[in-house]
Design a binder for this molecule. Structure first.
Ligand code: ZN
Length: 264
């Protein structure tokens, strides 16, 4: 899109944000690519390096060899997103919370960057979990990924829970694994009661996560989509921008503050 069209769209989004009270921001891989995290499905993505069928829940829990492979991969390839920093798009979303405009963020990402950008934990619904945590599938005990990494570096090949001996698993949703019940129900509830839904960096094709913006629209909310490529809901969006999220969100936030009479 040309500069003028972009500027007009940003103005429009800023107006919508300034006039809204309960904004739901829905994010996918596209918001984190500018932080250097390749889209799993993209040309440099994880699925070009490992077989996605290894990432099924059933294989992980039933095959110790698969568990060893996955732990090895996790601790050597930076899959836990060490040293990855939020970009201006994440920070702009964190600003929305400070402005009192944000109801919640619903994210498909497991990189934890919204929390790192300064959003509070109760505002972030991580539909696919968070790779910074490891969970026991037996008793539910949680450990920091960093802690478990030290066990593995100390020679443990596939760590077991130190409380019950159960299988430890990265706290991200694997293929064939159910979505977290509380987060999913909460995401549906929040989507149905927001007044504005802003989608950033998702093609909205992954089901059921992509359903949330549709619920928002069906419940009368306005929909804004910022994604560098087509999405499944382009036809119902009130404003649609195909450009880099970091640029769009920074410019938009500056405009919002201007409209609210705040210094940027
Ligand atoms: Zn346990």
């Amino acid at each position: 899109m040309d500069d003028k069209a972009l500027e007009e769209s940003i103005e429009e989004i800023a107006d919508l944000i300034a006039g809204s009270k309960r904004i739901v921001v829905f994010t996918g891989a596209g918001i984190s690519t500018e932080s250097g995290i390749p889209d799993f499905r993209g040309p440099d993505g994880l699925w070009t390096k490992v077989d996605p069928s290894d990432f099924t829940y059933q294989k992980f829990v039933s095959d110790a060899e698969v568990r060893k492979r996955i732990w090895q991969l996790n601790t050597t390839s930076g899959f836990a997103f060490d040293g990855v920093e939020p970009n201006p798009a994440h920070r702009a979303v964190a600003e929305l919370e400070k402005l009192g405009k944000l109801d919640c963020i619903i994210t498909q990402n497991v990189d934890g960057l919204h929390l790192k950008a300064g959003n509070s934990e109760d505002k972030v619904l991580q539909l696919h979990g968070n790779m910074q945590w490891v969970k026991c599938i037996g008793c539910g005990a949680r450990h920091r990924f960093e802690e478990v990494r030290q066990w593995i570096e100390g020679g443990v090949e596939a760590p077991d829970c130190r409380q019950c001996g159960g299988i430890l698993k990265p706290d991200a949703v694997f293929f064939g694994e159910a979505m977290p019940v509380r987060e999913t129900a909460e995401a549906q509830r929040r989507s149905s009661s927001c007044d504005l839904c802003i989608v950033i960096g998702s093609t909205l094709v992954v089901y059921p996560a992509g359903l949330m913006p549709q619920i928002a629209v069906d419940s009368g909310a306005k929909l804004v989509i910022i994604n560098d490529g087509e999405t499944a809901l382009d036809h119902v969006a009130h404003v649609r921008i195909a450009a880099r999220a970091s640029e769009v969100m920074s410019l938009t936030l500056a405009k919002v503050k201007e409209k609210l009479g705040l210094d940027s």
